[in-house]
Ligand binder design. Sequence first.
Ligand code: 1CP
Length: 347
Amino acid sequence: MTTAPAKTILRALAGETLPTPPIWMMRQAGRYLPEYRAKRAEAGDFLSLCYNPDLAAEVTLQPIRRFGFDGAILFADILLVPQALGSDVWFVTGEGPRLSTITSPAGVAALKPADAVHDTLSPIYETIRILRRELPEQTTLIGFAGAPWTVATYMVAGRGTPDQGPAHAFKDADRAAFTALIDRIGDATIEYLSAQIEAGAEVVKLFDSWAGSLKGQDFDDFALAPTAKIIAALKARHPAIPIIAFPREAGPRYVGFARATGADCVALDQSVDAGWAAANVQRDGCVQGNLAPQHMVTGGQALVDEMRRIVAAFSGGPHIFNLGHGITPDANPDNVALMVETVRAGR
Ligand code: 1CP
């Protein structure tokens, strides 16, 4: 006989419909919090914060102390994997990430092998071990990585891009070399997420933030297939670990995504209608997300009304409350507190 896991996020991910949804928040640690900004200044720069296990654990715990979310996401970044594969990565204050660029088969071939990623990423596993000791017992620890397409868009362009143009150009010019890049990132991601799970991550999430720019066969080959491959490998090694997939702005391609990839939960951005997603996506299992992050800036009755609409739409199945994308630096922490209060008012 087995007993149901007690943590609410794990129960929802196992397919349980709860009376009120558990809640966590994308980009819970970030510049909207003064205590985050203070720790970041102490670390010196963003990457030093990611690779300092004590400080990274501290900025993960800060929003949990303040708001008491049901889940905490590890503090790290999707661009640590390119760095571990041999790309140069740095952050320009006020602008964002910069990387060396990969635009040729030789650039792909020069990347380090997947099992070498631990040399760079072992501090992240230490952050996870600290968090498992320090988090409240009801809080679920969520590990993560970028999905291969999204990570590739940064490795090819060397920076964030509005339309992922350079990655599309590489893919269209040399599909075999681009596929090799996707495979290399996928293999590294399997090693990285397995190690996160072994260190104590209880759930892992794959961020495919730029999935929406892939259409037709490209979506199948570069969003769906790499995600399915990573999930199959992780489930083979760690059968009990729930996995959240976030093919952001996939639109109609959200339909069937969980079935095709083996994901236990699909995270929804704010561009899809909650009623539509309940009928077409939640029928395959747990969903999370959908609240526009802008509500964390504007707050008020509009926030409460929109939350009630989302909760009602997803009340017939497993649901985790979350934003449709990360909270922005201009958000007001009081609105985050109001969000947590509102979702729990029914408890
Ligand atoms: O302090 C700062 O100025 C840095 C801001 C910041 C933060 C707080 C960056 C730079 N990364 C992070 C942490 C981070 N990134 C987390 C930690 C956990 C959390 O609290 O949520 C996670 C899960 C991420 C994931 C991430 N990084 C994604 C996927 C999710 C998404 O937002 O779409 C992406 C695309 C990145 C790349 C990245 N890192 C940072 C920035 C500004 C960007 C986007 C760059 C761009 O496209 O221009």
